[in-house]
Design a protein around this ligand. Structure first.
Ligand code: IMP
Ligand code: MG
Length: 178
């Protein structure tokens, strides 16, 4: 049976909020070039929509990480599946993520990327689930939406590799649990 998806944030709401956050980044990075690091695969839709709205000079790179662990809980052991193509030395780096949950992935990644000598490193996320945070040191500079502790899909986020392409953000209501 098909899963039921309850809409949490409509396409229009997401669109409007990305415009606002892009406006903040344009202000904060005035006179600089921002180097966006898209965290694949989930960050790809958000990164593209955000990048289209930036008016400061933009460069982009992509990285894919996987956290070992079963199911929907990340373990904190992070493996770089695809590394960046470009060095970070002297760059104003902005990491773009789909969602910060426990914060384990980002806590690890920020440490790794800091060692590559960027001029600055900041973090931008489409969604934040602060209730689930384990790594309290992860500081998010730009958050589009703070959401409750629910498993969400769409706009890049998947459930078992499905639903990344939904243009809105929804909650999967599994059969029998709705
Ligand atoms: P963290 O290391 O626990 O912060 O995990 C972050 C990663 O877990 C995200 O980049 C997502 O890939 C995945 N994730 C966490 N929560 C959700 C969710 O609600 N839906 C889909 N993926 C999620
Ligand atoms: Mg992710």
């Amino acid at each position: 049976m098909a899963d039921k998806i309850r809409v949490l944030l409509t396409e229009e709401e997401v669109d409007k909020r990305i415009n606002e956050v892009a406006g903040m980044i344009n202000q904060d990075y005035a006179g600089k070039q921002v180097h966006l690091i898209c965290i694949l695969k989930g960050g790809v839709f958000f990164t593209c929509e955000l990048a289209k709205r930036l008016t400061v000079p933009v460069s982009m790179d992509f990285m894919s990480v996987s956290s070992y662990g079963a199911g929907t809980v990340s373990s904190g052991v992070v493996k770089i599946v695809k590394d960046l193509d470009e060095p970070l030395e002297g760059k104003d780096v902005l990491i773009v993520e789909d969602i910060i949950d426990s914060g384990r992935t980002l806590a690890y990644l920020i440490e790794v990327l800091k060692q590559r000598g960027p001029k600055s490193i900041h973090l931008c996320t489409l969604l934040d689930k602060p209730e689930r945070r384990v790594k309290k040191q992860v500081k998010v500079d730009y958050t589009c939406f703070t959401i409750p502790d629910e498993f969400v899909v769409g706009y890049g986020l998947d459930y078992d590799q499905k639903y990344r392409n939904l243009p809105y953000i929804g909650v999967v209501e599994l059969d029998g649990q709705a």
